[in-house]
Write a protein that binds this ligand. Structure first.
Ligand SMILES: Cc1cc2nc3c(=O)[nH]c(=O)nc-3n(C[C@H](O)[C@H](O)[C@H](O)COP(=O)(O)O)c2cc1C
Length: 197
């Protein structure tokens, strides 16, 4: 499989070369430094996220900014889930890891009974998360978008005060200054594109 992958370039944290460099260099950050991102910067990123495209201007996104108490409760819930599946050692390791994540938001999408609208609203929320990520990345702050089992657990909805009849979680999104920037490859464009006459 590796031979069809493009050779990865060295990671670049900032967008020194403008929009193309910003998009190309953004990476999912798995390990964050301890110091939190400035709240004003995060607020600005959310404010920009609202300008993502959304069909019929439904503005389906809702953003929950979690404080340390809620984040800790989610970390404990996740550890409980991991412990039940993989044992106490794995649960404790996960709790330790999650307890060190400096910034937490949850993004939800307003539910709709119309399946096309649901699909389009979910797409719009994904665009919003990406705008949030790209803006933060341009300021040196990294993001990880997660959809692990905990985000589908009814207790998660309770902890974040989300009404499951009204909204669905699109992602638990962590942010902070990167401790390390991974460098995953992408397949060549020719493999994933078709040109028609
Ligand atoms: C909808 C969605 C859900 C994701 N959920 C997870 C997750 O639960 N755990 C994880 O490690 N990464 C998750 N990711 C991040 C992807 O794994 C990541 O984007 C991918 O490895 C490519 O890396 P890059 O973002 O640095 O290009 C998710 C990404 C998306 C778009």
């Amino acid at each position: 499989m590796n031979e069809v992958l493009e050779a990865p370039e060295p990671p670049v944290v900032m967008s020194a070369g403008g929009t193309a460099d910003l998009i190309r260099s953004r990476r999912t950050i798995h390990d964050f430094r301890e110091e939190p991102a400035p709240p004003d910067l995060v607020r600005k990123a959310l404010d920009l996220a609202r300008w993502a495209p959304n069909h019929h201007l439904t503005e389906p996104w809702r953003f929950y900014l979690l404080g340390p108490e809620t984040a800790a409760a989610i970390a404990r819930l996740n550890a409980e889930i991991v412990t039940a599946r993989q044992g106490p050692e794995a649960g404790a390791a996960k709790l330790d890891r999650w307890s060190r994540i400096p910034g937490w938001i949850v993004v939800t999408c307003a539910n709709s009974e119309d399946s096309l609208r649901s699909r389009e609203d979910y797409a719009a929320c994904c665009c919003a998360i990406h705008s949030f990520s790209l803006f933060l990345w341009s300021e040196g702050v990294g993001v990880k978008w997660t959809t692990g089992a905990v985000t589908r657990d009814p207790r998660f909805y309770d902890l974040v005060w989300i009404d499951p009849d009204a909204e669905t979680v699109v992602g638990l999104v962590w942010y902070g200054y990167p401790a390390e920037v991974p460098n995953p490859a992408r397949r060549p464009l020719e493999e994933v594109s078709v040109s028609l006459p």
